[in-house]
Write a protein that binds this ligand. Structure first.
Ligand code: NOJ
Length: 740
């Protein structure tokens, strides 16, 4: 059936090119609906059913087909054997690398290095595109304040600004400046929106986020992705304030299209339209299709409610053909921007794309910069290989090429991983005896049979390096934990090692912040490496041996205890903020104390209110001090720029990088503001003994927020500004924003 209604409106739409408008006017209705449907691939072969669907124009996109020749064949059918020759979008979760695996996104965020993050995405795109993938479902830019949530691994952390900058860098890396160039693919900003606020950190759970919080904390990375030209967005699985995101018109139409002017298209998450019925938002799949489509969801991933019901919904006028044309036009436009109509969809030679030396170098560099040194008692690190005779390398993650890759590595190949053990063995001179004991089968094991052997080796060593943490499967989608201590009997192993009285270096590989409080005092040094990817070994070996200096900073707060969650640096002050003066532990409260014996402040009785490690924290082998924080002026008007200068001294013995962070606080506002907000940062290299002046510029936009009326505005009044090496910095100045 050819539906011509409203066609004039569509073809005159200046947003669509001549080609797209032409196609739209020639398409049969089912071909239009077909463009809105994404189907699952058959992993390495094309079933006759799928081939026929593509031939008949019922498929706009295929997800999860990465076999080059198979993708080629599918594109051949779409372009040569279907009536209109419309190519397919081939979608894949290329989250932190395709073949060359980079650190998990949370690890990449710890590098605070947008340039490297962009390069990693560019390499991932190049590798994926070589088999015909032209669309990735990344970046994931959900703000995550809950380390119980398995998908925190896939996120860029808790801060809206850091997440915005790095998310945009990923978009740039995937898409380049021209998506039609070979090696570039379309990005997908996900999961729109609020997914990371899932109750108790259980995946797919409900989220309730007040609009002000949503706009100020959760939405900025998405706004930035839209402004950066992300070709697509993905709607979230989750229920947002009672309206599941995949049926949420306010989100997808009002915010995304009307307020932000987003130009790409929105895809659902896997069957998330069908799931609207399970949420209890709709009665049946016909309702779900209507709700989602009218809410602004353009393409359906895997479930088939559009395919089954859109035609009838058009007939009954519950859906408007102009809207269908609009969605199809958006999808065709992305295909056009990718150059799919004009070029061969696959460059045939994958051998040149995978594991190029430059890619491995970038993987090593970003893994190096993502490691965060949390503790370094007595400068146990770096290990001086010339003066060390025996290193006891212990633990289930020291020599495991699979686990170091982390979650979401559908196409990763552990046989290409360089493990910590192998890298350390090659990096150390032959005079160093490196013994290796896995000690536990997995990080979750409770059997202690292998402990005796590991302890015996450790007892002979000059230094013990323990590689502990979480296996890859313990984080990622649907892999949430209620207890985020080191799993299995790893704590017991650490305690036993500590009894030997030898220096202990803990290298932690994990997909989330773990609660390290129970063991932190038992070890000398802690290097937090996340899941570092293919080049984990060379990166960590360099850091352990002082060939590289740690420079990562935490993109997320580390709680002391799970009960503190959610715990994040940009919290509100409250009317009764916690202070050290008022803090008392319950064990110190005398029996039968009166009700008001405590400071009546926002504290827990059984743990200090501070985090174990704050957002932005990370040590170096060198030391940095900050001084001379100066402002260009102490009063600025709305059109002026405030220059904030600081001097960073490297007072230690190593040439090193430091991530200089600038925070502000708006002291009084119509809607309360966080006690600190990251506004800018800069990674600088300072030679030992030298100093560098770092200058930041703040403008009205940096001082603006969504106020009590949900308007984006800066309110005149007093601000504090801090600069330092973490969110706990106390180097502060003040200024006033004045009207005029
Ligand atoms: C479900 C996940 O939530 C989403 O992030 C992913 O891109 C899709 N599945 C496709 O695999």
């Amino acid at each position: 059936m050819h539906v011509a209604a409203d066609m004039a409106k569509v073809s005159s739409n200046p947003r669509f090119s001549e080609r797209v408008s032409q196609l739209l006017s020639n398409m049969h209705l089912h071909e239009k609906i077909g463009q809105l449907c994404q189907v699952s691939g058959c992993e390495g072969h094309v079933s006759e059913h799928l081939a026929q669907q593509v031939r008949d124009g019922w498929v706009g996109s295929v997800i999860n087909e990465v076999d080059g020749p198979t993708v080629n064949y599918l594109q051949h059918i779409a372009k040569q054997e279907s009536r209109l020759g419309i190519p397919l979008l081939i979608g894949r979760d290329v989250i932190h690398g395709f073949k060359t695996i980079f650190p998990i996104p949370l690890g990449q965020a710890a590098s605070w290095n947008a340039e490297l993050v962009e390069q990693a995405a560019r390499i991932a795109a190049l590798e994926a595109n070589s088999v015909g993938v032209n669309w990735t479902f990344a970046p994931m830019i959900d703000i995550s304040r809950d380390p119980r949530w398995g998908r925190i691994a896939e996120s860029l952390g808790e801060d809206p600004y850091l997440c915005s900058i790095l998310g945009a860098a990923m978009v740039d890396g995937f898409q380049g400046t021209d998506m039609s160039e070979s090696g570039q693919i379309a990005a997908c900003a996900k999961h729109f929106a609020g997914y990371g606020a899932t109750e108790s950190g259980r995946d797919y759970g409900t989220t309730n986020i007040p609009e002000n919080e949503l706009r100020n904390i959760y939405l900025p990375p998405f706004k930035m992705a839209s402004d950066s030209g992300a070709a697509t967005f993905m709607s979230s699985f989750s229920d947002l304030n009672g309206v599941p995101a995949s049926g949420n018109r306010w989100l997808m139409k009002k915010i995304l299209r009307e307020e932000w002017g987003f130009k790409g298209f929105v895809v659902s998450d896997w069957e998330s339209i069908y799931q609207l019925e399970i949420h209890g938002l709709t009665e049946n799949s016909r309702d779900s299709a209507q709700k989602a489509f009218n809410a602004g969801l353009d393409m359906e991933m895997v479930s088939t409610t559009y395919r089954e019901h859109l035609e009838e919904l058009l007939e009954t006028k519950q859906v408007d053909i102009a809207q269908v044309d609009h969605s199809v036009g958006l999808i065709l436009s992305v295909k056009e921007q990718l150059g799919l109509f004009d070029k061969d969809c696959q460059s045939p030679d994958t051998a040149d794309a995978f594991y190029q030396q430059e890619s491995l170098d970038v993987a090593k560099q970003i893994a190096t910069q993502s490691c965060v040194l949390l503790k370094n008692h007595n400068q146990t690190l770096p290990i001086n290989a010339q003066e060390t005779q025996h290193i006891a390398l212990i633990g289930p993650l020291a020599d495991d090429g699979f686990e170091q890759l982390g979650t979401w590595i559908f196409d990763g190949e552990p046989q290409h991983s360089v493990t910590i053990r192998s890298a350390l063995e090659s990096a150390c001179p032959s005079s160093v005896n490196i013994t290796y004991d896995r000690a536990m089968a997995t990080t979750r094991s409770y059997t202690t049979d292998l402990y005796a052997q590991a302890l015996a080796s450790a007892n002979q060593a000059d230094v013990i390096v323990m590689c502990v943490g979480e296996e890859a499967i313990l984080s990622g989608e649907a892999h949430c934990r209620a207890d985020i201590d080191l799993p299995g009997s790893q704590m017991e192993l650490i305690e036993k090692m500590a009894e030997l009285g030898k220096p202990i270096v803990l290298v932690v590989l994990a997909g989330r912040p773990l609660t390290l409080e129970p063991i932190i005092e038992k070890v000398d040094s802690v290097l937090y490496a996340w899941h570092p990817g293919t080049m984990a070994g060379p990166a960590i070996a360099d850091l352990l041996l002082g060939e590289a200096v740690p420079s990562g900073k935490l993109p997320v707060t580390f709680p002391r205890k799970v009960g503190q969650i959610p715990l994040y640096y940009n919290q509100k002050n409250s009317g009764k903020p916690a202070t050290n003066d008022q803090y008392i532990h319950m064990n110190d409260i005398p029996p039968r104390s009166p009700q008001t014996s405590l400071g009546m402040a926002a504290i827990h009785l059984d743990t200090h209110f501070s985090p174990l490690f704050e957002f932005g924290f990370g040590l170096s082998y060198s030391q940095f001090t900050y001084s001379q924080l100066t402002l260009s002026q102490h009063h600025i008007n709305r059109s002026e720029t405030l220059e904030v200068a600081v001097t960073v001294h490297n007072t230690g013995d190593w040439d090193a990088d430091e991530v200089v962070q600038l925070y502000i606080r708006d002291l009084v506002a119509s809607a309360t503001r966080p006690v600190k907000e990251l506004k800018q940062f800069s990674r600088v290299h300072v030679k030992r003994g030298e100093h560098k002046k770092v200058i930041f510029s703040l403008n009205i936009n940096d001082l603006s927020f969504y106020n009590d009326e949900m308007q984006w505005a800066a309110e005149s009044g007093h601000f504090h500004v801090w600069v330092g090496g973490s969110s706990a910095t106390t180097l502060q100045q003040g200024f006033e924003l004045i009207d005029g």
